[in-house]
Design a protein around this ligand. Structure first.
Ligand SMILES: C[S@@+](CC[C@H](N)C(=O)[O-])C[C@H]1O[C@@H](n2cnc3c(N)ncnc32)[C@H](O)[C@@H]1O
Length: 243
């Protein structure tokens, strides 16, 4: 049996949505313009998704919908879903999706990543679950990942692109970036990254961007996993589950 680790309780939707709205209200119109310079790796991950026709994908923490719109254009038959805690970001996303004429293919909901439920979107499960620079903002990122994995179909895959540990950027670069991100309530999930570095071969592929600035993880299909992703964050790794 694994030792249980006590985790901080996730805030309620009301509390966390309020915080996210305060973070994003002043910046939402400049968000896409500015983030393209530092939320690196998103387009690479989208370009390499290789979705099957008619497949379903949810982006957890979809923000302004820029990734979902890019995915919808690249995969014209995919059905896409987006969940976000910030109503302010969702308002921008709805507007952009309407202007792109994609309302019939991209379905949005307000809610917490930690409580993701495919039923709230009227589906059984998703074939693909994407976290793009969201786990570093979700307070209980383990619960979010667990909910994402639970929402996958039997052959489903999950993907993460997010900040890495800045290990190749020197002491000052690392420190400056960490402090600056904190002002946006962003915390790179370094413990998750190091777990992935130890285990990724057993469930998927990990790629690091230059300077260990960001990482991209692509899981293999659920059917092929040799371990349960929950074991990635159990302190003693004793939760290894073979299929
Ligand atoms: C840095 S933005 C990334 C947006 C988008 N995925 C992208 O790549 O541009 C992080 C997003 O995660 C959302 N978020 C943060 N915590 C969340 C939570 N607990 N549940 C759902 N969404 C959350 C924020 O509101 C924000 O829209």
């Amino acid at each position: 049996m694994a030792a249980s680790i006590s985790m901080p309780a996730a805030p309620s939707l009301e509390t966390h949505a309020g915080l996210m709205d305060r973070v994003y209200r002043p910046q939402r119109h400049l968000y896409d313009l500015t983030r393209k310079y530092y939320l690196l790796g998103r387009d690479k991950l989208i370009a390499e998704l290789a979705l099957e026709a008619d497949s379903t994908l949810i982006e957890v923490g979809c923000g302004t919908g820029r990734n979902l719109i890019a995915i919808a254009r690249k995969y014209p038959k995919a059905q896409l879903y987006g969940l976000d805690a910030s109503e302010i970001m969702l308002e921008t996303a709805r507007d952009k999706i309407r202007r792109a004429g994609l309302e019939n293919r991209i379905h949005l909901r307000h809610g917490l990543a930690e409580q993701l439920s495919p039923r709230s979107f009227g589906v059984q499960d998703f074939e693909h679950v994407l976290f793009s620079y969201s786990l570093s903002m979700v307070p209980d990122w383990r619960a979010a990942l667990e909910a994402g994995v639970a929402a996958l179909s039997a052959s489903g895959r999950w993907y993460v692109v997010d900040f890495a540990d800045f290990g190749g950027l020197g002491f000052i670069g690392k420190r400056a970036l960490t402090i600056w991100l904190k002002t946006f309530h962003v915390t790179p999930r370094v413990e998750f990254l190091s777990a992935l570095e130890g285990f990724s071969g057993a469930i998927g592929e990990l790629a690091l961007l230059g300077g260990r600035y960001a990482f991209i993880f692509r899981s293999s299909p659920k059917l092929n996993w040799e371990i349960c992703p929950a074991s990635l964050w159990r302190a003693d790794h004793s939760f290894l589950i073979k299929p």
